[in-house]
Design a binder for this molecule. Structure first.
Ligand SMILES: [Ca+2]
Ligand SMILES: [Ca+2]
Ligand SMILES: [Ca+2]
Length: 591
């Protein structure tokens, strides 16, 4: 029964249930008092039944079992109406006031060794294998919320909690070796919590505990595709449920730049939207209204069931924009403050900007999606700060903020679970990582920290970029969650990021101020963040030598340094000067 429950007073009513069973052909549905059943349809295999359930305005929370009748007999299907979770302190969205922290659940901390190798999915746990479960779970995150709080994190984004396959994933075997879907991106049950991670009840505890500490929780959702082992693949609820079948489908081309391209053919665009991701992941057909409604309800259900504040949508461009428009509208109708951010993996601002809400694009559609990840500046961060590229590359990308309906809400980041870690770059050093963090925490947007980057963790391509956080497992030789357990290098980066987060929290212009470029060269950059609350100036030296940087500013003023890297300075007759060590930055507050 999907969903297993719905809520009183919900904006989506009736709710369309999908019931899985056998011999359902010709079935009728009888609803108890308080509910009405209509629009019944059954697939030709008799294995799936859709029914619209209307909930009376005065219906009370409780059990409302449905009767399913055919000529062969009667079955009872459990269904529940619940009172909604109080909205106070939930469904809060996110904004540039936040600092987000991305957690790969399986790799962060093992708070409950009893779920490491559950009976139902025995054999997928092996810490020596980088593509197997390692034991990290929801309890591990709960246990380390105080660590995140102390770092200055105000929102966590966890990789998906959906139940993934209980068997080795042979279709995505690497070098002939099956893998485990420990990452969560291959749902086999859109209404279940992965048993390696915990339960729905524990998920709600995590969200509530985080909220008590002033930390929001962003759910990672995947509407584009399911895992290869989803039962729908062998037995679809409708013939049009997926784009094609496992045997016959389009292979996804990844050419998402064709979607805003005025010259791309219908076929090119269709291959992006209808293709199976990596040729393996069954692609849902959101143009079928039953699929669209199923997925909209599923999104609403997780928010309502767990009390999440926001959604991160995986593989956003691979889903029709009409769907995102309807999906966003349905979520906002029920949760007006909820926010969604989409993954649009492209270095050219012309592509991610196409997917942000606020304007009807060439296809006549406003996606409704609040924000997108800032992949263009991510690529710049690597080129410029890790590898010594010209600093004005960044300014030139920021100049393209004009493409976005609202660039101030983009999610900025210097690493995530799909790319090698910053410290893996050829030119990376701790100083350069700190400089990249300074950029992240001082430019426009909402910064997102990938777990472990705050202690300069190493790692190349997936899965090498997903090592276990040191100290997250019983028996680990040391814990980087504790100051005393960190190496000197880890402490140096952690303390610096913590300081940046404190400054960002304290200095409103760093979060909400207008970004004003003052001067940029190949090696140095100065910019201001200006808001009614004040002015902050950031100066950067990306060179290998100390740099004397002239700062032009409109009025005479005294600027105090905040990081202790360089001295204070004064603006006289429109100019001042600072001296910065190699690969360093300073933040100045106007007094
Ligand atoms: Ca565990
Ligand atoms: Ca599972
Ligand atoms: Ca698709």
């Amino acid at each position: 029964m999907e969903p297993p429950n719905w809520w009183t007073g919900h904006s989506l009513n009736p709710v369309r249930l999908l019931i899985h069973g056998s011999a359902l052909r010709g079935a009728t549905v009888i609803a108890p008092a308080g509910l009405t059943a209509s629009r019944v349809s059954v697939n030709s295999a008799g294995t799936y039944l859709f029914v619209d359930i209307g909930i009376a305005r005065n219906a009370k929370p409780g059990a409302y079992p449905l009767q399913i009748r055919t000529g062969e007999g009667i079955a009872s299907a459990p269904f529940r109406i619940d009172a909604p979770l109080p909205s106070q302190g939930r469904f809060q969205g996110f904004s540039p006031d936040d600092v987000i922290y991305l957690i790969m659940i399986d790799r962060f901390a093992d708070g409950d060794p009893s779920n490491d190798d559950p009976a139902i999915s025995r054999g997928l746990f092996d810490r020596s294998k980088p593509r197997y479960y390692h034991g990290g779970d929801l309890q591990g995150i709960i246990d380390h919320l105080p660590y995140l709080k102390s770092l200055g994190v105000t929102a966590i984004w966890m990789t998906p909690v959906y139940d993934n396959t209980n068997k080795p994933n042979v279709r995505q075997a690497v070098n002939g070796e099956p893998i485990a879907d420990y990452h969560g991106y291959g749902a086999t049950d859109y209404y279940g919590v992965e048993e390696h991670f915990g339960t729905l009840r524990l998920l709600r505890t995590l969200v509530d505990d985080a909220h008590r500490l002033g930390i929001k929780v962003i759910q990672d959702q995947v509407a584009n595709h399911v895992g290869p082992d989803h039962p729908w693949v062998a037995d679809p609820p409708k013939p049009t449920w997926f784009h094609g079948t496992a045997a016959q489908h389009i292979n996804e081309t990844w050419q998402i730049w064709t979607l805003p391209d005025p010259h791309a053919s219908v076929t090119l665009k269709r291959d992006v939207v209808d293709g199976w991701f990596v040729d393996k992941l069954p692609d849902l057909n959101q143009e079928d209204p039953d699929v669209a409604q199923y997925e909209i309800q599923d999104a609403l259900w997780w928010i309502g069931a767990a009390g999440f504040d926001a959604i991160r949508q995986d593989t956003l461009p691979y889903v029709p924009r009409t769907f995102w428009h309807d999906w966003s509208a349905a979520l906002k109708r029920q949760y007006p403050k909820l926010r969604a951010v989409g993954e649009v993996f492209d270095p050219d601002p012309a592509v991610p900007s196409f997917f942000q809400r606020g304007v009807k694009r060439s296809d006549g559609i406003d996606s409704g999606i609040d924000s997108v990840f800032d992949f263009p500046t991510f690529f710049n961060i690597r080129d410029v700060f890790a590898n010594g590229g010209a600093l004005d590359t960044v300014s030139k990308t920021l100049a393209k903020d004009r493409f976005y309906p609202n660039a101030s809400v983009l999610i900025t980041f210097l690493g995530n679970h799909d790319v090698p870690r910053f410290m893996h770059e050829q030119g990376a050093t701790v100083d350069r990582l700190k400089l990249a963090f300074t950029f992240l925490m001082t430019v426009r947007g909402t910064p997102c920290i990938y777990y472990g980057d705050e202690i300069a963790m190493q790692g190349g391509n997936d899965p090498d970029n997903r090592h276990d956080f040191p100290g997250g497992w019983k028996g680990d030789p040391r814990s980087a969650f504790e100051a005393l357990g960190r190496t000197a290098q880890e402490s140096s980066v952690f303390d610096y990021v913590q300081k940046l987060a404190q400054l960002r929290a304290k200095l409103e212009p760093l979060r909400r101020g207008k970004l004003v470029d003052l001067a940029v060269t190949e090696k140095t950059w100065t910019f201001a963040r200006e808001s009614p609350a004040g002015t902050v100036i950031v100066a950067m030296n990306n060179g290998a030598d100390p740099a004397d940087i002239a700062i032009s500013y409109s009025s005479d003023a005294f600027f105090m340094s905040q990081l202790g890297v360089a001295a204070d300075f004064t603006i006289h007759a429109g100019t001042g000067a600072v001296r910065l060590p190699p690969h360093s930055a300073e933040i100045y507050v106007k007094r």
